[in-house]
Design a protein around this ligand. Structure first.
Ligand SMILES: [Zn+2]
Length: 471
């Protein structure tokens, strides 16, 4: 664990606090846009709904105040919920580019663990340098504000992009909501076929592996799929004084234990291999020798080793299975008449929902029913070899972050951009900010922060992108 408790100092507030982009991010963080889960919070009280609307209204007002040219020039569509979809008309009608960010944030968890109040937008020192602290600084208001700041700056210079630029800012990404899909529907109905789509995802990540000497700028080219399977066993139930053997709870528990021992086979998809290849030159000593095995006769040994090298490396190299929501007997003296659990599978590129179901059925055997209750297949892999759009992202990254090595990679988490694979075959996932390991761990946790320098470099990156988009 890294030390999460930096010592605040005066220098930070002096350094970045008055920069207009920093002020915009602070104002954005101050709007507590925690999205409501339409599934679990369906019966939310009127008060809760009003509070949610007030938070998003506050964010929209902050964006309008800090980015007046953007709001005065771009066309705005409201596809659903609190989502915003802006269109910046370009010089030509060539296929447009979509830049994405989501406005909603996850709850703060235990507020007492935060060094600074999570919705105050405090600027103070951090282990990474002067930073803007608060929920959403990295996920994903940093991107939201940096995109707007880049557009605002270019509008101020009278710049017109070569192609239409759409800005798609969903409002329910963290609760797997519908607003990004609604934006996709709008674009599809308008016959828009994006040249490429860019959403959050990768970052300029330091300390990606032990012994690495430079940051990796990882650009997601696909994301894992998801399957939710229900395991269920039925029985007679009855009183706890007269138990029968092998009841529903025992059968479900046995199935879970069997799944824990029977991982899906390791499988290292090509984007993950490419990431490892590109890491080799910046690895030192034994790690370099180990990762160099990714190609060549020892590749299968290497892949198996990766599958056993801790939860993160293992998740990269196979479909993972996690058991959640076990339930059974309703009372201390009642034998369960039925028991169930959920298997949450994160599916690696190359596997499918059907393949996961086959594996789980084979492992749990008879006596436990397996049923699919939801999911999505892994996203198609966007092109990254000799591809003009990916080359552009790589080139910009080299110029704004010369210390980093750009690479494609496979995302483990899910983003709203997966919906755009319906209308576009180039969907990339990258937040152009340097992030230490501690910063990455702060996402969905506590002490989330983006450095002032990182935010400003991110703006430069988006400006270079908008300028670099060809006819
Ligand atoms: Zn996010």
């Amino acid at each position: 664990m890294t030390d999460h408790r930096p010592v605040p100092s005066r220098s930070a507030s002096e350094e970045g606090v008055d920069h207009p982009t920093v002020r915009a991010l602070r104002a954005a963080i101050a709007a507590p846009t925690i999205a409501r889960d339409a599934g679990t919070d369906a019966d939310a009280s009127a008060d809760l709904l009003a509070a949610e609307t007030a938070a998003f209204d506050r964010l929209h007002a902050a964006l309008a105040e800090h980015f007046p040219l953007l709001h005065g020039t771009l066309d705005l569509v409201r596809p659903a919920g609190h989502a915003l979809l802006f269109r910046w008309r370009g010089r030509t009608d060539a296929d447009p580019v979509v830049l994405m960010a989501h406005q909603d944030v996850v709850p703060i968890g235990d507020g007492s663990t935060w060094t600074y109040p999570p919705f105050a937008g405090v600027v103070a020192d951090s282990p990474e340098g002067p930073a803007i602290w608060g929920r959403g600084a990295l996920d994903d208001k940093g991107c939201l504000v940096a995109i707007c700041a880049a557009v605002e700056r270019l509008l101020g210079e009278g710049f017109v992009p070569q192609r239409d630029i759409w800005l798609s800012f969903g409002s329910d990404e963290e609760v797997m909501g519908i607003t990004a899909e609604a934006a996709v529907d709008h674009l599809r109905d308008a016959d828009v076929r994006p040249w490429f789509v860019l959403d959050e995802g990768g970052a300029v990540a330091a300390d990606a592996l032990p012994g690495i000497t430079a940051p990796m700028a990882v650009i997601g080219v696909s994301e894992k799929g998801l399957a939710l399977l229900e395991l269920r066993a039925e029985g007679r139930g009855g009183h706890a004084s007269t138990p029968a053997r092998n009841g529903p709870v025992v059968r479900v528990a046995t199935a879970i234990a069997a799944l824990d021992r029977a991982s899906m086979p390791v499988r290292l998809p090509e984007p993950s291999r490419e990431l490892l290849r590109r890491m080799i030159p910046v690895l030192s000593g034994p790690m370099r020798r180990a990762v160099s095995m990714v190609d060549g006769p020892l590749a299968p040994v290497f892949t198996r080793a990766l599958g056993m090298a801790g939860p993160e490396a293992s998740a990269m190299a196979r479909t993972s299975l996690a058991t959640t929501m076990i339930s059974g007997s309703p009372a201390p003296n009642a034998i369960a008449a039925s028991a169930s659990a959920i298997v949450n599978a994160r599916i690696v590129v190359g596997d499918t929902i059907a393949g996961v179901v086959r594996h789980v059925r084979r492992v749990v055997g008879s006596g436990v029913e397996v049923r699919v209750i939801g999911g999505s297949e892994p996203s198609p892999v966007s092109p990254y070899r000799d591809d003009p759009a990916f080359d552009l992202l790589e080139k910009l990254t080299n110029s704004v972050f010369p210390e980093a090595t750009p690479s494609p990679y496979l995302m483990l988490g899910a983003t709203d951009s997966r919906h755009f694979t319906r209308i576009c075959n180039r969907v990339y996932r990258f937040a152009p900010f340097p992030m230490s390991r501690a910063q990455r761990e702060s996402v969905h946790s506590f002490d989330e922060r983006l450095t002032v320098d990182g935010l400003l470099r991110g703006v430069e990156w988006y400006i270079a992108l908008l300028r670099g988009i060809p006819e």
